[in-house]
Design a protein around this ligand. Structure first.
Ligand code: RUQ
Ligand code: CUA
Ligand code: CA
Length: 635
């Protein structure tokens, strides 16, 4: 069979399943496809003589990159080592976690949010995107943020301890999807690090959403939100036309953008696909913050957050506009900033194109120096079917996932710009590689920084089909690792992952300096000396202070009475790295761990009399099984 026939057969196979219908919406493209020889075939998947061709580490060898992966429905963040692809850690954020006791301890419940009765407000989440804080255009190892699309929450993870320390629920939005920290302040050049995080809301709702305007979808609106990176409070929101999806920020801090697939403001998907072009919506951050300062805002419902007007009608004059709607082809997905700081690239999704927007030209438009905003588009070129997300190698090449073609396409941005400008000899497609199957997110090592190093590319394939041992109807997803150090992409490895990670970032390991033992002073409730252990009573409220030092808890037993509200505070006084203890109370639904020098607390009603062996759940010592204390609940 010829290569062409194989390719055709493969495309037919792919298009029979999940893709039926979607292809109907695929639009034509402005530019004719180029015919570079590389474009017609695909790279061989067999490993070649490449610099990075082995992902296998010898026992005891460490990875050279960290990967931060979003967990998807599991509502957590996952830490991987690359190139091995080994999962090293999971950080619970939005959803309870049985190992850590996230959602069980008082401290985690306070971060997650509770109802007045003390129960968790939410126990489901859907994380998609994770990004880390910047300094000088590279990650600075302070924080990472992650979104929860279901309940429109943003969580922050401290990258010194790899723990979630704050969660904020965004007001008056639904379907919070894209998230991106800024990389600098738009006005103050001394602030060359992240101070804001931008959040795009995908679904339009009545504002306020309190039962009114239900039957008037034309009144449903979406907003773009700015959260303070330190306080995690919502700074401001922008009312927009259409919706938000993914988010990108410029290196100079002046611009943020979101791609819009629903400029139609459709309620049904046919309506959302009715226009041939949608938009990449730019926000002028300095002007928005001036408007807020000048009091030019409203508020919505019970929220006190300032809302400025970013609608098309109110932002026609470039000299005063807060927003700029650059038109891009049909239902774009993804917007990504190139590491040379010059461009944002939108992938077409229902159009086989990538659109390259030059940021200096968008700024020119805001300055009144560019007559037509769409002249900021410097390329709109055909790259393949179902383009979704784009990564970069720092050598001028972009790598875009093609969901429908089930490929990654490597293309050269400068060549695409030349081709768009009329040089039809410019061969912008450099290589294509089949992936398995239907890729969504993609990211390269250091891709979204000025230090993009063009070594590894990870691809989040939404379907794994036949790539792993069958485990029943639910298939894992397939995270594939690709070597991009050479001209041709080389597929290195398949990794099954639990559904579904969506997005991730990959960066050099020396950018993080995690601490492996806590500091007692981080915890106001810490019991610093085992002698301070004991039971204190205040009416029906009882406090039990315990410390752990392998292989014993400081109290061999403690007594409370039926009907007491018990708060148990456990401090792990072991300060040796990797010496974690657990604490489980049978029949009381309590289990959590305390890491070295960590303190945690739980509060529960002592409603069942009897004796309850509280035991250590984390293997800590030869006498781990003996590490227990007796809770006596008197009838
Ligand atoms: S989206 S597959 Cu939730 Cu990140 Cu593009
Ligand atoms: Cu302490 Cu096991
Ligand atoms: Ca649309």
């Amino acid at each position: 069979m010829s290569t062409e026939a194989v390719g055709l057969g493969r495309r037919r196979f792919l298009n029979t399943a999940a893709l039926t219908g979607l292809t109907l919406g695929v639009a034509a493209c402005n530019d004719k496809p180029e015919t570079a020889p590389a474009a017609s075939g695909t790279s061989a998947a067999a490993p070649a003589a490449h610099a990075n061709s082995s992902t296998h580490l010898k026992p005891g060898e460490l990875d050279t990159y960290y990967g931060i992966w979003s967990g998807g429905h599991t509502g957590d963040m996952r830490i991987l080592g690359l190139p091995s692809g080994r999962e090293i850690h999971r950080i619970p954020c939005f959803v309870p976690d049985a190992l850590v006791g996230w959602g069980v301890t008082n401290e985690s419940k306070a971060i997650m949010g509770t109802k007045p009765d003390g129960h968790l407000r939410y126990t489901v989440a859907d994380t998609h995107h994770t990004h880390a804080s910047y300094k000088d255009g590279n990650y600075d190892g302070r924080y990472a943020w992650i979104n929860d699309k279901i309940n429109s929450r943003i969580a922050r993870v401290r990258l010194d301890y790899f723990v979630c320390d704050k969660i904020t629920e965004l007001p008056n939005v639904q379907g919070f999807h894209g998230i991106f920290p800024d990389k600098a302040d738009p006005v103050d050049p001394a602030i060359n690090y992240t101070t804001r995080v931008f959040c795009g809301a995908e679904f339009a709702i009545p504002l306020p959403n309190n039962g009114g305007d239900i039957d008037k979808p034309e009144k449903y609106r979406s907003m773009f939100t700015c959260v303070d990176a330190e306080s995690m409070e919502v700074r401001w929101q922008v009312l927009i036309d259409g919706n938000c999806d993914l988010t990108a920020t410029s290196y100079d801090g002046k611009l943020a953008a979101t791609n819009q697939y629903n400029i139609e403001n459709g309620v049904h998907y046919e309506d959302m696909m009715s226009s041939e072009r949608d938009a990449c919506l730019f926000f002028n951050i300095a002007r928005i913050e001036e408007a807020v300062k000048a009091g030019k805002f409203t508020t919505v419902g019970t929220s006190k957050v300032p809302v400025v007007d970013g609608t098309r009608e109110s932002n026609k004059d470039p000299k005063t506009a807060l927003t700029a709607y650059v038109s891009v082809p049909k239902n774009p997905h993804g917007v990504n900033a190139s590491p040379d700081a010059k461009y944002f690239i939108c992938a077409g999704k229902l159009s086989p194109t990538a659109t390259v927007i030059e940021l200096s030209k968008v700024l020119d438009w805001f300055d009144g120096k560019l007559a037509e905003l769409d002249k900021a588009i410097v390329a709109e070129v055909e790259i393949g079917l179902g383009p979704l997300h784009t990564a970069f190698d720092g050598r001028g090449n972009a790598y875009t996932t093609l969901f429908l073609d089930s490929q990654v396409v490597k293309w050269n941005v400068d060549a695409a710009i030349k081709f768009h400008a009329g040089d039809k000899a410019a061969k912008y497609v450099v290589d294509r590689l089949d992936v398995h199957y239907q890729p969504g997110h993609i990211n390269a090592s250091q891709s979204e920084t000025r230090a993009a190093d063009g070594k590894y590319l990870a691809v989040g394939c939404k379907f794994s089909k036949d790539r792993f041992l069958p485990v029943g109807p639910l298939h894992p997803e397939n995270e594939q690792l690709i070597d991009i150090s050479g001209e041709k992409m080389v597929l290195l490895a398949d990794h099954p992952v639990r559904g579904e990670p969506h997005d991730f970032i990959i960066f050099k390991r020396d950018l993080l300096k995690p601490k492996q033992v806590y500091d007692l002073d981080e915890f106001p409730l810490a019991t610093k000396d085992p002698k301070e252990s004991g039971v204190t009573r205040n009416g029906k409220k009882v406090t039990v202070r315990i410390t752990s030092q392998a292989p014993a808890f400081s109290l061999r037993e403690f007594t409370v009475k039926k009907g007491d509200e018990v708060t148990l505070i456990l401090t792990n006084l072991d300060k040796i790295e990797d010496l974690t203890h657990g604490f489980a109370i049978p029949k009381y639904n309590v289990n959590f761990i305390v890491n070295p020098l960590e303190t945690k607390s739980v509060t529960f009603m002592a409603d069942q009399p009897g004796i309850f062996w509280c035991y250590c759940t984390h293997f800590c010592h030869a006498l781990h099984l003996e590490m227990r204390t007796r809770m006596i609940v008197e009838a």
